[in-house]
Ligand binder design. Structure first.
Ligand code: ADP
Ligand code: MG
Length: 401
């Protein structure tokens, strides 16, 4: 994308003559936080999401309630908006192609298409010169037979539409692999070798159409049952010998894609002394997300610019300056599990703790495993942020970390 600078409050940049409006495909929590950031800068916003009560739709100036591929819905979005972004990678790439032909669209349909298909994604990562888990593509029964023994035990992942650990099966033997592929309806998959993880981390960068690329310090992430549970974000959360190459690799991936927008890359840190670490190095790329990321929510409260502010800037063609983190932060994801028997968690007790920032996404149904919100604890140092986050976790009935 390279387009005009879209100043907030200007008129005549949309097709509709109204003040500059930024659009987002998808109405989830990431779209909601994008809308908040855009509005606080003075933009109007439009959300396209079929769900009539989506988290972003609830807070946007305009909410177009059609399917992502609905031609009328897309036409309305283009008419309303000066530029369009996306908040989840499973937006049909065809919709972004349509939008991109008429309006600046970032990230591009091409980048999203790569990130939404693990087979294309792995090929791109290899092109970027970053190590990935040893893997095989499984598209036909013959591919199962050809799997080398060294890939087992492994994780079979559907190439498309997986998230929060969904569409993944851990397999120890060839028999389990065959059964798992059958269970996944024999759709295209990748089988990854199960790596011995010491930790997981992620890096978020924002890249403009002029190639400027800024980044946040890497986040240390704890997953439970395939879902992000805790993010620790502060200097010293991991050795610099890991943090620096993780940032460099993320920028290489963004540059190789000629990416415009906010990009998150997830990494595995391999166990010291393991044969996998000897073969691959300490850092292995897991996957990328062509959008702001759950592990970057702390930037709302702990940095002078959040990942959503940077998403707005990249979309509007505004300057990018390196964000600065002013507080140590620990983020806890608030899953539907915390609403025991439908009861609202004791937010008043949690908010009595110093440096707590509650973000709820406006979702009505607190289903198990559903991301209902997050809590960020900010503090002057990491020890304090962790201590308060542990107290908050205890109050909420979450496991310690
Ligand atoms: P999702 O798209 O659901 O986030 P991921 O591929 O990131 O899927 O996998 C979810 C989690 O499963 C990871 O964060 C990690 O904890 C674990 N996992 C995934 N792949 C591997 C692997 N090859 N080796 C070890 N653990 C893995
Ligand atoms: Mg992941």
């Amino acid at each position: 994308m390279s387009g005009p600078t879209l100043l907030p409050g200007a008129t005549g940049l949309n097709g509709d003559g109204q003040q500059t409006t930024l659009g987002v495909m998808g109405g989830g929590q990431l779209g909601r936080m994008f809308v908040h950031a855009a509005q606080s800068m003075g933009y109007f916003t439009a959300v396209l999401d079929p769900d009539v009560i989506s988290p972003a739709g609830l807070v946007s100036h305009y909410h177009i309630k059609t399917d992502y591929l609905d031609q009328q819905g897309l036409a309305q979005l283009m008419q309303r908006c000066a530029a369009v972004t996306t908040e989840f990678e499973n937006v049909p790439a065809g919709a972004l192609v349509t939008l991109g032909a008429a309006r600046p669209t970032a990230p591009s349909a091409e980048a999203v298409a790569i990130a939404q298909d693990r087979i294309k994604e792995k090929a791109h990562l290899a092109r970027s010169g970053v190590p990935v888990a040893p893997y095989a593509v499984i598209e036909a029964a013959a591919d199962l037979a050809a799997v080398p023994d060294a890939l087992l035990p492994g994780i079979l992942k559907t190439a498309r539409l997986g998230y929060d650990g969904k569409g993944q099966v851990r397999v120890n033997s060839r028999a389990e692999l065959a059964a798992a592929w059958d269970g996944l309806k024999s759709v295209p998959c990748v089988l990854e070798h199960m790596l011995p993880l010491a930790a997981e981390c992620s890096v978020i960068v924002a890249r403009g159409s002029d190639g400027t690329c800024v980044h946040f310090h890497p986040q240390l992430n704890l997953h439970r049952a395939g879902i992000l549970a805790v993010t620790q974000a502060y200097e010293g959360n991991m050795p610099l010998a890991l943090a620096e190459p993780a940032v460099t690799a993320t920028k290489a991936i963004a540059n190789e894609l000629n990416y415009v927008g906010v990009l998150c890359v997830e990494f595995f840190v391999l166990k010291e002394g393991s044969p996998e670490r000897a073969a691959l190095g300490a850092l292995v790329v897991n996957e990328m997300a062509p959008r702001p990321h759950n592990s970057g929510h702390y930037t709302l409260d702990a940095c002078d610019q959040s990942q959503f502010d940077l998403q707005v800037r990249t979309l509007a063609g505004l300057p990018l300056t390196q964000p600065r983190q002013h507080s140590a932060a620990v983020m806890l994801n608030l899953l539907g599990d915390l609403w025991v028997n439908g009861a609202t968690p004791a937010w008043d007790q949690v908010l009595a703790l110093p440096g707590t920032h509650l973000h709820l996404y406006g979702k009505l149904k607190a289903n198990k495993g559903r991301k209902m919100g997050h809590l960020t604890v900010t503090a002057a140092d990491a020890a304090q942020a962790n201590a308060v986050a542990l107290q908050a976790a205890k109050l909420l009935g979450m496991a310690a970390f």
